[in-house]
Design a protein around this ligand. Structure first.
Ligand SMILES: NC(=O)c1ccc[n+]([C@@H]2O[C@H](COP(=O)([O-])OP(=O)(O)OC[C@H]3O[C@@H](n4cnc5c(N)ncnc54)[C@H](O)[C@@H]3O)[C@@H](O)[C@H]2O)c1
Length: 383
């Protein structure tokens, strides 16, 4: 089907813009990357030259004032997501905004409401939905293959090789990023659990720490305070009656990157590991559950048996691999731009997280932060 070409702009030209958003638009047919914006003139000039884009500005309002721009990606730090997205919506642009959607649920609610009442397409960069194993886990759970969902355990941690000495970054600043590991990492697994289960997180109880309270500034002798949590854990009630634990950290020793989610239901269970994007551990149906459990009990008696995984590892079918943008061209890229463009054209974009999803995840973040501050259970608002 032929669609009229779209002109798009990207605001904020750092890591995520260069890694996913600009290459994502390049995968779309009939989309022109027409304008770029960054407050840093050097970054702006460099990316403009690399991308062959000449409409360059350090002021997002100038980009949004251009009536020829149909849609924008907002790839700045969280402290500007609300003001840039609200201005974009007021200017009639569709908006794909990075996560976390905003600094708090009040801002996120305003963004959700504004996009909704303007009838514009919204998207949020919950990138990990596009991991083939995560997509398959979603479909198995949605089809009811695990039965009634009982227990979820979700972990997302970074350590980096220099866990205690890595330089200070905007991730360590409450003013720029709203929070630390919970806001930067936890928000992804909160979205994943909401998306997989179709359930809301209704109440939380939490703890947090800042284990490394100061970090060196890159290329200087100065140090800066870390005023956000570098580690957080919370318990959650799910609206379907199940229970969940979430653990996230920026200082996980000996770990570069780990994202794992286990879901256990009345007749099945699965284990997703981001490190194995094309495999999913699955145990489905009462018979398989009993065999799997029995196998575990008797395994030590069979000296030759050394199970590497708890459940059988299922290769993720090709259909899920092909759902990743660029996969058919041999360059899979977990980018939402193609789905965002499809939604603008009125096509189905079932994987695209919207501002509605960003808002609900933000409500959980706010409630978790309140729970650790007040050391008690906190209900999560539903709207
Ligand atoms: N979806 C994911 O998996 C994922 C991964 C990394 C980062 N992110 C998110 O992407 C966002 C940006 O992160 P990053 O790692 O790309 O940061 P970054 O520091 O690499 O880039 C941010 C850029 O925004 C620019 N900027 C800041 N304020 C601006 C403004 N008002 N107008 C125009 N430009 C402005 C900065 O100069 C910088 O170039 C954050 O919200 C982060 O949480 C998402």
């Amino acid at each position: 089907m032929a669609f009229s070409p779209l002109s798009v702009g990207v605001i904020g030209l750092g890591g995520i813009a260069g890694g996913l958003h600009i290459p994502g638009y390049r995968l779309c047919e009939d989309v022109v990357l027409a304008a770029l914006c960054d407050v840093d003139p050097e970054t702006l000039a460099r990316v403009g030259a690399e991308e062959g884009v000449t409409r360059l500005t350090t002021d997002y309002r100038a980009l949004l004032a251009d009536p020829g721009i149909d849609a924008v990606s907002v790839c700045t730090w969280p402290n500007t997501h609300h003001k840039v997205s609200m201005a974009a919506i007021a200017a009639g642009k569709h908006v794909l905004c990075e996560k976390p959607l905003a600094m708090d649920a009040t801002q996120a609610r305003e963004m959700r409401d504004a996009a909704r009442s303007a009838g514009l397409v919204s998207g949020v960069g919950f990138t990990h939905r596009l991991t083939p194993a995560a997509h398959m886990a979603h479909d198995l759970i949605t089809d009811g293959a695990l039965g009634e969902l009982r227990q979820v355990s979700a972990v997302y941690s970074f350590g980096w090789p220099n866990v205690n000495d890595r330089p200070w970054s905007p991730l360590d600043s409450k003013a720029l990023s709203a929070g630390g590991a919970l806001y930067g990492l936890g928000v992804h697994i909160i979205d994943m659990v909401r998306w997989w289960t179709g359930q809301e997180i209704t109440a939380v109880c939490a703890q947090s720490r800042t284990f490394v309270p100061r970090r060196p500034l890159e290329s200087t002798d100065d140090w800066r305070d870390v005023d956000v949590e570098d580690t957080a854990t919370f318990l959650a009630d799910l609206s379907g009656g199940g229970m969940a634990t979430f653990s996230q950290s920026y200082v996980r020793t000996g770990v570069d990157f780990v994202q794992q989610i286990e879901v256990s239901g009345s007749v099945g269970a699965l284990i997703y590991d981001q490190a194995r994007p094309y495999d999913l551990q699955v145990c489905i149906g009462e018979r398989m559950a009993n065999i799997s459990a029995g196998y575990g009990i008797y395994a030590p008696m069979w000296s030759t048996h050394h199970p590497e995984t708890l459940f059988p590892m299922l290769p993720v079918p090709q259909v899920y691999r092909d759902a990743v943008p660029g996969a058919r061209e041999g360059q899979p890229l977990r980018t939402f731009e193609p789905a965002f463009v499809d939604a603008i054209h009125g096509l189905d974009a079932p994987l695209l997280p919207t501002f509605e999803d960003g808002f609900h995840a933000q409500c959980v973040l706010d409630a978790v932060a309140r729970a650790w501050e007040e050391r008690r259970w906190v209900d999560v608002p539903t709207d």
